[in-house]
Design a protein around this ligand. Structure first.
Ligand code: ADP
Ligand code: MG
Length: 257
């Protein structure tokens, strides 16, 4: 029997008396992409940050199936252990590329330093892998020595993706990966992400307010409203035959999200 890569149990996070997210539980299996959708303020980022160890929830458990010790609650593990997982097993793609890039470091350096963080030492290999990954995200090799702030928004986002995927993470968290970009740039990025997800068999949790993103990328979907999951299921099923009134509104684009 395959065990879940991530087993989330009743995660709640409050900001004072305000609900960030409440009682969220789900399993993510290896190779699965889970989409989290909902309007702005529905708790998507709060939940994602709790799962990724960026924000301590007030209650709940998040078991990650570690390579060596099996399922471990990432919320109670030590800070160094969690940091190590962050380097070797997890990746986090931020909405704003500059939050996930080192702006003072060249494009090649941004990718290469992640390889060094997991132990790569051979300069030639690191450079070759960086060139390969820049190519995979459609950044020309002759831009390798440029800094990210010389890049367009879409290119910065593609660089952030290369930096995050180069180490072959076992779980990728993405918060609005196509948000804030022009529509045509979004479409290209989405296409690229879809290719990478399929090729690499990525396990990922993708937060978005854009149903087109989950339609293309997610196997399963959770719909959030006011910090709660109101509906969950296979992506096509939820989008084609939404059961909850709120999901019906989302799908019919009555809600401007
Ligand atoms: P989403 O990502 O779906 O837009 P968030 O997780 O950012 O939603 O927010 C969920 C709720 O928590 C909202 O009501 C928001 O105002 C509140 N919230 C988020 N971050 C903070 C914070 N740092 N301090 C206080 N309230 C917050
Ligand atoms: Mg958000």
């Amino acid at each position: 029997m395959i065990s879940p890569l991530l087993n989330v149990r009743s995660v709640s996070k409050y900001y004072g008396t305000r609900i960030g997210c409440e009682n969220v539980s789900f399993d993510l299996y290896p190779g699965e992409v889970m989409g989290i959708v909902g309007e702005s303020g529905s708790g998507k980022s709060t939940l994602l940050n709790c799962l990724a160890g960026h924000l301590p929830p007030d209650s709940g458990e998040v078991f990650f199936d570690t390579r060596t010790n099996g399922p471990r609650d990432t919320l109670t593990m030590s800070e160094p252990e969690r940091r190590m997982l962050g380097r070797t097993d997890w990746a986090f793609v931020h909405q704003h590329a500059r939050d996930g890039l080192r702006m003072g470091v060249s494009a090649g350096g941004n990718v290469g330093e992640r390889l060094m963080a997991v132990g790569a030492r051979h300069y030639g290999n690191i450079r070759a892998q960086a060139v390969d990954w820049l190519g995979r995200v459609e950044i020309a090799a002759d831009r390798m020595d440029d800094r990210p702030d010389a890049f367009s928004g879409g290119m910065q986002q593609r660089l952030q993706i290369a930096r995050n995927l180069v180490t072959g993470p076992r779980l990728v968290f993405m918060d609005e990966p196509t948000g804030g970009l022009d529509v045509s740039v979004q479409a290209r990025l989405l296409d690229l992400l879809r290719g990478l997800v399929r090729e690499m068999g990525l396990s990922a949790i993708i937060v978005t307010h854009d149903l087109a993103v989950v339609r293309l990328l997610a196997d399963r979907l959770m719909v959030m409203k006011d910090g709660h999951v109101v509906e969950a299921g296979l992506t096509d099923q939820v989008l084609d035959d939404p059961q909850h009134g709120y999901t019906q509104l989302l799908v019919s684009s009555v809600l401007q999200v």
